[in-house]
Write a protein that binds this ligand. Structure first.
Ligand SMILES: Cc1ncc(COP(=O)(O)O)c(C=O)c1O
Length: 472
């Protein structure tokens, strides 16, 4: 698309959203050129095309206005869509992560904490015991899984005040398996689930693999999913479940306020829907206060809570859980017929690690560290990145979402950065269409402000500036 065509798309989006109405004066050529950071010629050419197509009219010495009879429908409401991402994220994330010198890409936590070493010491002790006295763990640890681990999860994470019994929890291979089991239990191919938009691509791809349709309901900072649009969506479409990531949301970093959670639960009750709560970042709140999960407010077992040790310990050990509420039997059975078991050795090691007195201290340490890193990281981004880049300051977690001018392509920035050994996640993965093509997501979990990281950020900023300049 040429620059002037992108300007046309911009004006049309303003008309669609109602920001520009019939008779409204359009911005002056000079002003819009500045705002969009494009040349005045591109604006003039766009205005001329819009004039020829009868959308706007010229007024000598006054500029242009929207023609009185220009009727644009309001922005389309969210509708169900099939997800067609293919293996894009696997292509993009896998090799790019492994080859990168400086990693701002996939949502890996910092794995240099002492707590993680403690876990591996624990594992080492178990392995040595196994070598001395073989076959202790060589049986399938059938679902729902190791009772000690389930007790620890119920006790130590408190599932965000949900006060669950260990018996209500099923161990899974990470939160991803928990989400997949929950979706399979609730929805059949062709069914519709409502998700936040932008949405973690792992969820979109899971929906794709299961043949589900998704309705992407806009989510905003600081409130999370737009409840008004969600209510309209539920009124209009036969939605089977709502899937949310309400704490330290990936990618926006918001924490859904408790009042909104209550409203959401009331909506789910009204339409008798299941809620899948992806709480994978739930412990990583940058304050002393763990937030209440939707599960903790649920009075009739409709919330399926999914969590894991991936973000607080190590994604590689693949220990997650699901508290399926009224869907327990189906989820437990599906876990059994899908992956049969989760490694008994890992479950045992995780249980011992969580039991040790250091668990709470470890989580506190992570919260503090990520809070400090956020400040450092955002400061550096602000120092290097051009004013056109809108930097999201996450409330919690370790991800930052950057919105660039709409005509920039995050995939190109991703590819150029990758060629220079810098990984990041392109925004295109977070939606079913191209609505986040101009965004990128950066991970600051390991950001220590080293010279190498500073240079990488400076270079990334240069790439963005070069792309901005090349488009004007
Ligand atoms: C929002 C969200 N949900 C789920 C997952 C998957 O987590 P796990 O590693 O526990 O499978 C991720 C991983 O990045 C995530 O960001």
């Amino acid at each position: 698309m040429k620059i002037y065509q992108k300007v046309i798309v911009y004006i049309e989006s303003q008309l669609l959203s109602g920001a520009l109405q019939p008779y409204d004066l359009l911005p002056s050529v000079r002003h819009l050129a500045q705002v969009l950071n494009v040349s005045k010629n591109s604006i003039i050419r766009a205005y001329m095309v819009l004039e020829q197509t009868g959308t706007i009219q010229a007024h000598p010495r006054k500029g242009f206005s929207v023609k009185p009879d220009t009727v644009y429908e309001q922005a389309p409401k969210p509708i169900p869509k099939k997800v067609i991402l293919g293996a894009t994220s696997l292509d993009i994330i896998g090799p790019a992560q492994r080859q990168a010198d400086v990693i701002f890409g996939s949502a890996n936590p910092d794995t240099r904490f002492k707590g993680r070493q403690d876990f591996f010491k624990q594992l080492n002790r178990l392995v040595r015991a196994e070598l001395k006295s073989p076959a202790i763990y060589s049986h399938y640890q059938a679902p729902p899984g190791d009772i000690n681990l389930r007790q620890q999860i119920a006790k130590k994470t408190h599932c965000g005040y949900a006060e669950l019994d260990a018996e209500e929890i099923v161990i899974t291979n990470g939160a991803q398996e928990a989400i997949s089991l929950a979706l399979r239990c609730i929805a059949q191919p062709g069914d519709i689930i409502a998700v936040e938009s932008p949405c973690f691509y792992g969820i979109l791809q899971c929906a794709e693999a299961l043949g589900l349709r998704v309705i992407e309901v806009p989510a905003n900072i600081p409130d999370g999913i737009d409840l008004k649009q969600l209510a309209e969506t539920l009124n209009r479409w036969p939605v089977n479940a709502i899937l949310l990531n309400p704490h330290a949301n990936n990618p926006l970093g918001f924490i859904m306020p408790d009042d909104n959670k209550s409203e959401l639960l009331a909506l789910a009750q009204r339409y008798d829907l299941a809620i899948i709560e992806d709480d994978v970042f739930g412990e990583l709140i940058h304050s002393t206060q763990r937030r209440r999960t939707l599960k903790s407010m649920d009075t009739d077992g409709r919330v399926i809570l999914c969590g894991s040790l991936s973000k607080i310990l190590d994604p590689d050990i693949r220990i997650g859980w699901v508290a399926p509420g009224r869907y327990f039997d189906q989820v437990n059975y599906l876990k059994y017929v899908t992956t049969l078991a989760t490694s008994g050795l890992m479950q045992h090691a995780a249980a011992l690690w969580m039991e040790s007195a250091n668990f709470n201290r470890h989580v506190k340490q992570l919260q503090n560290r990520y809070r400090q890193r956020k400040l450092l990281f955002i400061e550096s981004l602000k120092a290097y990145f051009p004013a056109e880049a809108h930097i999201t300051v996450p409330e919690s977690g370790f991800l930052s979402w950057i919105t660039l001018p709409f005509w920039l392509d995050g995939d190109i920035i991703f590819t150029r950065a990758k060629a220079e050994g810098i990984s990041l996640t392109p925004g295109s993965l977070f939606g079913t269409e191209q609505q986040f093509q101009h965004c990128i997501r950066l991970n600051f979990s390991t950001f220590d402000n080293t010279e190498k990281q500073q240079q990488a950020l400076a270079r990334l900023a240069e790439i963005i500036i070069e792309e901005l300049n090349s488009q004007t």
